[in-house]
Design a protein around this ligand. Structure first.
Ligand SMILES: C[S@@+](CC[C@H](N)C(=O)[O-])C[C@H]1O[C@@H](n2cnc3c(N)ncnc32)[C@H](O)[C@@H]1O
Length: 229
């Protein structure tokens, strides 16, 4: 089934990486590196990167493990995946990229040691269903790592950040990709998505992960959540 989100990512796929780097002043690269450090991929581990997009996290995991972890990336946007596959060829990467919806993953129960999702969880249609599907494919004791936008806690910084996000980001995102509406939507979802302890509460109420911890990045602009099955 084609969704609005799927169409939107198909439309911006070709310019997605460039837009990310410009809009985040390159900071997203540092967040992603820290995220993969927390994932700490080990030789022989099977790791699934959900909502892999153009593959940033999947490639970083593979590189960090010195190609010794088995990495699979899934996404439901064929255009984002096409960019990921092109990059894989250039990087001589062994990451396996597949089209799949997080709400219905084409894998057996208990198949992965770790699952990652970076800047994807706020865009899923049904959050509880998606998280329970990830739980299903994780091995007992396996971990889910989530990187997602939050809202800065410091009031003064939040004002500056919200001004940038509401007024400047959609203009620049629109200029780079030709899809201003996509950046209005992406910004709206990042400002409204439950973050920090609100997200942890939601996890505890709606899923059976046995532990959840969080780490704030850049004064709460983003968070890393680590959940264990
Ligand atoms: C903002 S991009 C993030 C891409 C990449 N993980 C990164 O950090 O740059 C979000 C991605 O999530 C994908 N996505 C959203 N909902 C999805 C779902 N239900 N199933 C699979 N992919 C999904 C979109 O197609 C898009 O590629």
């Amino acid at each position: 089934m084609s969704t609005q989100v799927q169409k939107m990512f198909n439309q911006i796929a070709g310019k997605y990486d460039k837009a990310n780097t410009i809009l985040s002043f390159g900071i997203h690269h540092a967040w992603k590196k820290k995220f993969v450090k927390r994932v700490n991929p080990q030789p022989g581990e099977k790791i699934l990167d959900c909502a892999t997009g153009t593959g940033d996290i999947a490639f970083l995991i593979e590189k960090t493990s010195q190609k010794k972890a088995n990495v699979v990336g899934v996404d439901f946007s064929e255009k984002m995946l096409a960019v990921a596959k092109q990059r894989a060829a250039q990087l001589k990467s062994n990451v396996e990229f597949m089209g799949a919806d997080i709400e219905s993953l084409p894998f057996d129960d208990n198949s992965f040691d770790k699952v990652t999702i970076s800047f994807g969880i706020r865009n899923v249609r049904n959050l509880t269903k998606s998280l329970n599907e990830i739980l299903r494919v994780l091995k007992p004791g396996g971990k889910l790592f989530i990187l997602e936008f939050g809202q800065p806690q410091n009031e003064t910084f939040a004002k500056v950040y919200n001004f940038y996000s509401n007024f400047i980001l959609p203009q620049i995102g629109g200029m780079i990709t030709g899809e201003k509406d996509a950046y209005i939507y992406l910004n709206k979802t990042s400002l409204s998505f439950p973050s920090g302890n609100h997200f942890i509460d939601l996890m505890q109420k709606n899923t059976t992960f046995r532990s959840c911890k969080l780490e704030s990045l850049s004064l709460g602009i983003s968070y890393i959540y680590t959940l264990q099955k």
